[in-house]
Every structure is written in structure tokens, then in C-alpha cells.
Design a protein around this ligand. Sequence first.
Ligand code: 5AD
Ligand code: SF4
Length: 421
Amino acid sequence: MNVYDGQRIAAMLEKHGLTQTNNVEDADIIILNTCAVRAKATDKVYSALGRIRRAKKENALLGIVGCVARESGADAFKRIPELNFVLGPQSYHKLPEILKNPDTKLLNIDMSGLEKFDELPQMTKSPLVAYIPIQEGCNHCCTYCIVPYTRGRELSRPFDDVIADTINAAKTGAIEICFLGQNVNGYKYTDENGKLYKLSDLIRETAKLPEIHRIRFTSSYPTEMSDDLIEIFGKEPKLLPFLNMPIQSGSPRILKKMNRPDDIDAYKTIVNKLKSVRGDIQISSDFIVGFPDESDEDFEQTLQIAREIKYINSYSFKYSPRPHTAAALMPNQISEQIKSVRLQRLDLQLNENQREFNMSCIGKEMVCLFEGNDKTGKHLVFRTPYMQQCIVEKPDHEITPLQKIKITDANKSCLRGEIIK
Ligand code: 5AD
Ligand code: SF4
């Protein structure tokens, strides 16, 4: 979501005649697009601001947008007096106001809903992978999560607006569409005639576009994985065989405290249904270790589920107490030391899953999407349908963005392959 917001911010400022630079010393405006999901992310923002305020040109405008802006509000100006603007995730379309009035302090952390989508200028060129937000916010108050506070209550965008963005992306260079939402599979939009549209409708409509070859979506909430959505994995070949469906913990006792779906068998049933309609599907998850009161037995259950589902491409985090969340006030907070040990053990398991899956790809042919050159300039980097990185020798002929690649080697972090002409 932040990558998408960053692209929109850049496009908006380019319309105002600005160009991008990676050098703080050269910049006339410096924007930190921020995440508040864990304390470490928030801390990084303030340490970066400390560095930047010393390095920037005297008159350069400096500000933060996104969830840390929403969380800090006017306090941010007290902590960093050099800040010129503080704009929440739903108000960054107001950014041009600071260009018009550089001598003011611009603060906007309103939860104005979907207004920004109407006000942002249309993108004129799409990256190969176009991120299209279909809903914002989240109604699933997981007790550890700051998102319902920073991004607000869940709102689904009108079906026609999403399709218009998708068509625009397809006409301006996109090959892959990634639908985005904090609770993406909870997408529900009822039009003025009472017709209900769901994520499966968006996928079906998008798959009709000849320019679009790959479709995916992230992040899914397990109990919103409805049958129509499961079935479309079997019917629509453009939908990639890879799904991020976080379980967070393998312990029903902890899941209950997290206010998450706690029926592990029901979760496994969804995975099995997906496998029965699409035999080659792989699942990824997010995990939190060291949630308050998590015992060794609870943690063992997390290891057990990671082994059993054979998750690939997953993310794992130490629990981080966040303001405005219920879990931060729960008793039996777990020590940093125990969290670190558990994270290390879980990562061993997740890496092993990834290595095993990557090795199983050797000898296979996959259609992969071009991502860029590697650091040496001698190789090209592609993404497989499972979001693995695949590195190939730079060929002496022109390539197209989608290439059939034969996988020749693999390790835990990436694949190597050869382009099939
Ligand atoms: N501490 C650690 N991880 C968290 N996440 C969300 N809130 C927290 C927190 N307080 C993780 C979840 C979520 C991902 C985006 O971030 O795993 O799926
Ligand atoms: Fe946060 Fe995701 Fe839970 Fe919503 S479903 S509260 S975004 S972890």
C-alpha cells in the first residue's frame, strides 16, 4: 500500500513540475512516506528525520505522510520543528497546498474516506505491476494492530472506479494487476441499483483485458475467503497460483486473544479447498511471535502450522506493542529475549520451507515478469508466478516483459534460470 501511495505522490508532484532525486542535499521537497505498524518502523522515521534536517538545503520543504503522520499528529511538529507538513494516509492529495504556501505548517490527519481517489490526478504511465487499491481501512479489530486507527474503518471503492483505474493501468503499460487492501477479500460494493460486487467480480472483469496477463491480490483475511473467490482460482488462469493469507499464530488460545479467527481446522479446510481447485497453489502468511501470554506450547503450535501448510514467502515479526491497541495493555507481555529466540526458530522453519519449494522448481518452466537489472548489470531479475526472484544471464537479444524461463538452480532466497526463446 505504501509503495502505491509513494507512486501516486511522485506522479502528483511531477504534474507540478518537480522531478525525483535520491540526494537529500539536492531536494526542494523531502517526503517520508511512513508506516506505523511496528514501533521499529516509527522509530526509523524519527531517526531519519534527525539526519535529514541537518543534510537538507535550508529552504527545502520537509514533511511526513502516511500512518506515522496520522499517529503523531501535531506532536510531530513539536518533535521536529523543521517539519513543514504532516499528512495522514487519507490526505496526502493535499500535498500541493504546501507548494503554494510554503511558509505555513500543513497538518491534515482527517479520515476523509475515499476522497483522495477522486482528487489525485490520473496516472499517465503505469509500471509493469500496477497496484490498484480497492478498499481502505479495516473493520477487523485485531488486538495488536494499529491499522484500524491509522487507516480507519473499512471502505470499498466503487466497482466502476476500480475498473477504470485497471483499464488505465493496462493501457499505459501494466501487465500485472495487484489489487490492494488491508482486508482485500472483504471487498464489497453495492451500486445504486442494489447490485453487489465482490473481489471475484473485479478479477473476472480484469481478466478480460488482453494487456493484463497476471492478477493477484493482498492481504486476505482467512474467514473472508468465500467460495466464489476460491472457485475463481480454478477458473481464471491469469490469477496467479499464490495467495497471501496470514494466520499470525498457530495457537487457538492466542488467536482468540488476538481477536482473530481461531478455528485452525476451518483455516486448513480453506487451504484444502484452494488446493482442490488449483493443485499448484502456494500460500504465504504473516506471523507474530511473542504476543502477550504466548507460552512455549502456543509457539510450538505456530511452528507446527508453518510446517504443515508449508508456507512459502512469509513474513515473521516480533510482537510490538502499539498505541491505541488493546494488546498493548494486556498482562504477561513477553520479554524481548524470548521473542528473539522464537523469531529465530520460526525463521529457520520458514527458510526451510522456502528452500524446499525453490529446489522443487528446478527443471520447471515458468512464465516470469521482468523486474529490472541486478546490481552487477550482467543479469536480469524476473518474478515467478510465486513471487520468487529469478536471475538470468543478460541475453544479447531484446526481451519482452514476460518470458518463459527454465529454472536451472535454486537456493533459499532465489532461483536461477535460462530464457527459453
Ligand atoms: N506487532 C508485530 N507485528 C504486527 N503486525 C501488525 N501489527 C503488529 C504488531 N503490533 C504484522 C501482522 C500483519 C503485518 C502487516 O504486520 O503480521 O499481518
Ligand atoms: Fe490489522 Fe489486518 Fe487485523 Fe485488519 S485484519 S486489524 S489490518 S492485522
